[in-house]
Design a protein around this ligand. Structure first.
Ligand code: NAD
Length: 586
């Protein structure tokens, strides 16, 4: 039933889409099958350069998956039906997968619903560190065949996976609601982003697989890419499908094989992704699935001598530890490991003294409290210029208090639970610091809900010093620090005064001030007169620097390059035809 509804919103796929169907669709769109094969497509700057395809200027032939319109009755019914269907499947068991074989273990990982702490979403086999070498070995054996599979075909696998995600869109969102406490809109957006990653990286790989020639009389030079090898993917729980999918399919489409380690808290959603990889027909060993405890499996995966690359998204502490351990090169390694790590943020929005406060309040509200502030891009500091400081606070307070805290399966809920007990405790400790050290503007409780789940109400503290703990540490919860600044110089200085450089925003009507902020704010993603979360693939390539990240932006034009090795072949073509008689000279 839910599937049927999901198909109705999908304009580009059928429930039975296969690799052949996708090829056919590409042909309809004017993409020649095999056109991106290194062997048969050559662009030569010397011999008659073809005009650049339109997307070189305007972007890839790619469109973001539209969000579901929950104002429509049929869409709401589809979501309700999916929630009911998935409720009947809660408590299922999932194995780990090595070389296509599902393996059960004695040790188990139990994933529970953060909104209803006693409800088991699923039970997973918990991989032991001894499973890591088995999974890496399977990935290594699969590498030979997969890396030689034409890029066009690898891209088609991603499109098949995207088509399946479209078909299962409501169902996948329902799993996220139960397992991660996402509200309807947040869960739906995460599934849409996962689809986007598949489609975007597929399109990008087609482009990258075109051999670039730079020939001169007597010399032919070709520039191509090769995959790196075996990639360890380590993912967080807060975008349970999108981030895991994005990191994994980027590695795959580039020709690498993968050992996939999901976050403990979102292992059932990850198991659903593994199901879709299997259903798409990926050869055995191309993706191996190791759910389990990060502190046990992670170091074993990072240290394995046959892993060539680690792609990680998560906290700064774990990201930096991975970076350090991966740099420790064992003599048995054949490659220096590459690390790509997307890490935390302490993101600020500046409210200029001429800002449209109605817009600013709305943007701060969504950016700070969407998914209970559990986004790396979330706003956790607002820096307000003195002239509008009191007026902004006066409007922000009732707006925050209007947010509805409740179970995420209810469509009217704007704030659900936080992910688990550990997160709840950590956030409550920071709230205690805020209560003691700062002026309390909003301190919402979660009333009767805390007995049922891990709820934390939104909190806003004012007159916070930029160096205060709640203005420096990544709390990863619904806690907002409001900081007063004398002028824009001071606001920019405060905004930059953290170890992170992920996202930031400004509300201002002054072109001069906007120009300054564009140049001076140290962040990877700057948003002007809009909220600072909800980056879309291709439109807002996402990622930071300083302590927020190592590597280039997810969903951006440089991302796939990190999974590839560029190779240049130069051939002297002048002396062909002269071959000495080897026997005569012997
Ligand atoms: P986390 O660092 O606790 O865990 C991330 C992953 O690392 C999990 O799979 C976990 O099991 C694994 N892990 C834990 N210990 C490990 C170890 N010693 N070695 C190897 N792997 C280990 O982070 P989280 O709580 O899952 O996610 C929240 C964090 O992620 C926040 O800091 C947030 O800002 C960050 N994040 C960043 C981005 C981004 O794009 N920059 C996106 C999402 C989340």
């Amino acid at each position: 039933m839910a599937k049927k509804k999901a198909t109705a919103v999908s304009s580009t796929s059928s429930p039975t889409t296969s690799v052949d169907d996708v090829t056919e669709r590409n042909e309809e769109l004017g993409m020649e099958a095999g056109a991106a094969d290194a062997s048969d497509t050559v662009v030569s700057p010397i011999a008659g350069k073809p005009a650049p395809p339109e997307w070189v200027v305007t972007g890839y032939p790619f469109q973001n998956e539209p969000p579901t319109d929950f104002s429509r009755d049929d869409m709401r019914e589809a979501m309700e039906q999916a929630l009911a269907d998935v409720a009947d499947q809660l408590g299922g068991e999932y194995g780990l997968v090595i070389n296509g074989k599902t393996i059960d273990t004695r040790a188990k990982l139990t994933s529970k619903n953060p909104a209803h702490r006693k409800q088991v979403v699923g039970t997973l086999a918990a991989a032991h560190p001894d499973h890591v070498p088995q999974a890496v070995d399977a990935a290594r054996r699969a590498y030979r065949g997969w890396s030689r599979t034409p890029a066009q075909q690898r891209a088609e696998y991603l499109e098949v996976i995207a088509a399946e995600m479209r078909n299962r869109r409501f169902e996948l969102a329902a799993w996220e609601i139960y397992e991660c406490g996402k509200t309807w809109a947040e869960a739906d957006a995460d599934v849409a982003e996962a689809i986007d990653f598949c489609m975007y990286y597929a399109a990008q790989m087609r482009d990258l697989s075109v051999t670039v020639q730079c020939d001169f009389p007597g010399e032919e030079n070709s520039y191509t890419y090769r995959p790196r090898g075996v990639v360890g993917v380590i993912a967080p729980w807060n975008f349970p499908l999108a981030i895991l999918t994005g990191m994994t399919v980027a590695a795959l489409v580039a020709g690498n094989t993968v050992v996939m380690k999901p976050a403990e808290q979102s292992s059932v959603v990850a198991a659903k992704l593994m199901e879709m990889f299997r259903d798409a027909g990926l050869p055995n060993g191309v993706v191996n699935f190791l759910p389990g405890i990060g502190e046990e499996l992670g170091p074993a995966l990072v240290a394995h001598t046959d892993v060539d690359m680690i792609v990680f998204t998560g906290s700064r502490a774990v990201g930096l530890a991975i970076n350090k351990d991966a740099a420790d090169t064992d003599p048995r390694q054949s490659m220096v490991k590459r690390v790509v790590a997307e890490m935390g943020g302490k993101n600020a929005i500046i409210i200029d003294d001429d800002a449209d406060l109605d817009e600013a309040v709305l943007g701060v509200l969504q950016s700070a409290f969407g998914y209970s502030g559990q986004k790396c891009s979330a706003c956790s500091r607002v820096i307000v210029l003195g002239a509008v400081y009191d007026a902004f606070l006066a409007r922000l307070k009732p707006a925050v208090e209007s947010l509805r805290i409740g179970p995420p399966e209810e469509p009217a809920t704007s704030i659900g639970p936080v992910i688990d007990e550990e997160a709840q405790k950590r956030i409550q400790d920071y709230i205690a610091v805020g209560m003691e050290e700062h002026r309390v503007i909003v301190a919402m409780g979660a009333d009767g809900l805390t007995k049922e789940g891990y709820y934390v109400g939104p909190h806003v503290f004012a007159d916070v010093e930029p160096t205060a703990r709640i203005a420096q540490d990544e709390i990863f919860g619904p806690v907002l620090a409001v900081i007063r600044a004398k002028n824009l110089d001071e606001a920019i200085d405060f905004a930059n005064r953290t170890p992170y450089a992920l996202t930031a925003g400004i509300y201002s009507r002054s072109p001069r001030n906007l120009q300054r902020v564009k140049q001076e704010l140290q962040v990877g993603n700057l948003y002007i007169n809009r909220g600072i979360t909800g980056a879309l693939v291709q439109r807002h390539p996402f990622g930071g620097y300083k302590m927020s990240g190592i590597g280039s932006k997810a969903g951006g034009r440089d991302y796939l390059l990190q999974f590839l090795i560029p190779v240049c072949v130069s051939e002297n073509t002048m002396r062909r035809g002269f071959a000495p008689d080897v026997d005569a000279t012997a």
